[in-house]
Design a binder for this molecule. Structure first.
Ligand code: ZN
Ligand code: ZN
Length: 456
């Protein structure tokens, strides 16, 4: 590693996890527990890098990437994030991982001329396009049933109780939520990934072989588009793509419904002057609208649009999704007229489209896609939020994150759970209560990473 000694601890404001969260401070958790957890986690992570070094997937153009290491919180120190690292080879990354045992290893999606320099001096050469889909953003109904509130101060864990704002044991308000994702969570996220893949391939014409899907190692998936056409896209371009995927900014014109200005002008002038004279520059939405006689206003509002179906038809992209959802065929202007009429005219129809956009939009995290200076968890490395590995999904359908990404050893490990918990790993169901439990290392580490158990 060329500049490991010029370590540059970043301020907590600048440390961004791959899921966009700020790295949490460890609070004042009991020192003995912290020290024992530190030992058991480091041992397990080192063993992983020793045995599974070949799982680490190095990025293209290794020497142009910025790397980041986050180190475990120890008895003496809170977790430390070090960025702006560079490596010359895959072997060097692995050797450093085994020697240093970081809890998380990150790599930039960006390519830089000088990756080890401070951000402003790096000289951006391009960046892969990355999308992040996370179970926590999908509003799944199962979520509350497997979430826990953890007190950062005394480590007390309780089944998530909404509205609780302080620890019942020590009164601290330093509470965080941890979740044990279930199969429904993974089915929901995989479904969202499938929808994203379809749009990237069909609407953007991206070759399926240029899209790589990874399980993040905790609750989500990352999609990497490695395609030279998107390499030099700036933050605005990436933000536009995110907006399109999220279904933001859909307007009636998208499917051929246009606002008729004449009608509104007529209404406004009649209201003010009582004449039929039309001022072209009167804009809709001005206060005097509300002065219109009710019956006229309703009629005019319903008539304030015209329809001209797009020449290209309604076969692609959002035109296709909207027309399908509204039950409109290519040639059926009449059906569209009825729908707009029923909704109450152009503006009410526009609001309806915004709702449909939200419903059919894909739940990506737009900040992740937009930011070209972010570092992402490196494929094949462990996620310290779970002890699971970030893993490539060659077959999304059959991919089982709680089996295939669970790669730690199975030596018997003693832990004490902080709450009664049921969970499944490697097709085995575990049920622990608040007593000391002997678990295979992968299960024990999973609970310790989730802060639902402590090492004994
Ligand atoms: Zn507490
Ligand atoms: Zn769930």
């Amino acid at each position: 590693m060329s500049n490991f000694h010029s370590e540059r601890p970043t301020s907590s404001r600048g440390i961004v996890e791959d899921d966009g969260k700020l790295v949490r401070a460890e609070g004042t958790a009991n020192h003995v527990t912290r020290s024992k957890n530190y030992e058991i986690l480091r041992r397990a992570f080192r063993e992983y890098y020793f045995n599974h070094g070949n799982s680490i997937e190095c990025p293209k153009e290794l020497r142009q990437r910025e790397f980041g290491f986050r180190h475990f919180a120890s008895e003496r120190e809170p977790p430390r994030m070090i960025r702006h690292l560079t490596f010359a080879s895959e072997g060097e990354i692995l050797a450093t991982a085994i020697r240093e045992v970081p809890c998380d290893i990150y790599c930039s999606n960006a390519y830089y001329r000088f990756p080890s320099y401070p951000m402003k001096e790096k000289e951006l050469l391009g960046a892969d396009l990355i999308f992040d889909i996370d179970a926590k953003d999908l509003n799944l109904s199962c979520r509350n049933s497997h979430s826990y509130l953890i007190c950062e101060n005394c480590l007390q864990a309780i089944k998530n109780r909404q509205g609780l704002d302080r620890c019942q044991l020590c009164n601290s308000q330093n509470l965080v939520v941890e979740s044990i994702p279930c199969n429904k969570c993974f089915d929901g996220t995989k479904n969202e990934v499938r929808r994203l893949l379809t749009v990237l391939i069909d609407d953007f014409g991206i070759d399926e072989r240029s899209i790589h899907t990874y399980f993040s190692g905790n609750e989500g998936f990352h999609l990497y588009v490695v395609d030279p056409n998107f390499l030099n896209l700036d933050a605005q371009g990436r933000s536009d793509i995110s907006g399109y995927l999220l279904g933001k900014g859909l307007i009636p014109e998208t499917i051929g419904v246009y606002r008729r200005i004449g009608i509104e002008n007529k209404k406004s002038t009649r209201t003010i002057h009582g004449t039929e004279h039309i001022f072209d520059d009167v804009l809709p939405g001005r206060d005097f609208h509300i002065m219109a006689p009710k019956s006229d206003e309703k009629r005019d509002e319903q008539m304030n649009y015209s329809i001209k179906l797009p020449k290209s038809g309604l076969k692609y992209g959002w035109q296709m999704r909207l027309s399908k959802r509204l039950g409109i065929k290519d040639s059926s202007e009449k059906r569209l007229i009825n729908i707009v009429q029923q909704k109450g005219g152009y503006y009410s129809f526009k609001i309806e489209l915004e709702k449909i956009g939200k419903e059919l939009g894909i739940n990506i995290d737009p900040q992740v896609t937009m930011d070209v200076h972010r570092v992402f968890r490196m494929p094949g490395t462990l996620n310290s939020k779970s002890g699971l590995a970030k893993t490539k999904c060659s077959d999304l359908e059959s991919f089982n994150p709680l089996y295939e990404a669970c790669l730690l050893g199975d030596s018997e490990t003693k832990v004490k759970a902080n709450a009664p918990i049921k969970f499944t790993l490697k097709d085995q169901e575990f049920q622990v209560d608040e007593k000391i439990a002997l678990l295979p290392a992968y299960a024990a580490i999973y609970l310790v990473c989730k802060r639902l158990a402590t090492a004994i």
